[in-house]
Design a protein around this ligand. Sequence first.
Ligand code: HEC
Length: 188
Amino acid sequence: MSGHDTLLSHDYDGIKEYDNNLPLWWLGLFWLTIFFSAGYVLYYHYGPGPSAEQVLALQVEIAEKERLARMPQTAEPASVEQALLKLASNTEALAAGKQVYDTRCLACHAAQGQGLVGPNLTDDFWIHGGKITDVKRIVEEGVLAKGMLAWKALLSERELDSVVAYIWSLHGSNPPNPKAPEGAHVPR
Ligand code: HEC
């Protein structure tokens, strides 16, 4: 320090201090923080600056969008019906379903689903309902009095779903020698 430093008279446990001016860089920083705080208050409290709540809401919104964007690949189909309808356009499932059909169902519903002992499965007429979930229900529970078995006990869940999908895909195929319509008209 320079020679004109003058000591202050007080003494803290033997520590003394000079009465010098504050260094310019320090004063500069000090004033800078004051100006900054004034600007901060004006911008965030009275101006257009977003509040903490608004920032949070924005971040939540972005996170939610990202979550939704990830959904389609992992999401479960909204319902059993949609899952079955999706299977009905899946070639692998249809091939598996045809195999089940040819070994288990063909004898009564005929090779192309046109009907024999059992009803025609390719037309717009259904005894037990024309939704894909109705088809699944009847295949699972059967109509024992008429000779249609409850296939739930005899087929795996996958075999059941694929044969239901296969039957659904036969709609409108107009096979030769169809059995006369039975049941109610349920156009698809
Ligand atoms: C032993 C003969 C027989 C076999 C084998 C058979 N069904 Fe049937 N099925 C029937 C008969 C008979 C009906 C009609 C029941 C009625 O009149 O209520 C029927 C009805 C149905 C119906 C409902 C049709 C409607 O109009 O509502 C579906 C769907 C069906 N069968 C699918 C299948 C599938 C899939 C298989 C093979 C896993 C199969 N069936 C095997 C005899 C059979």
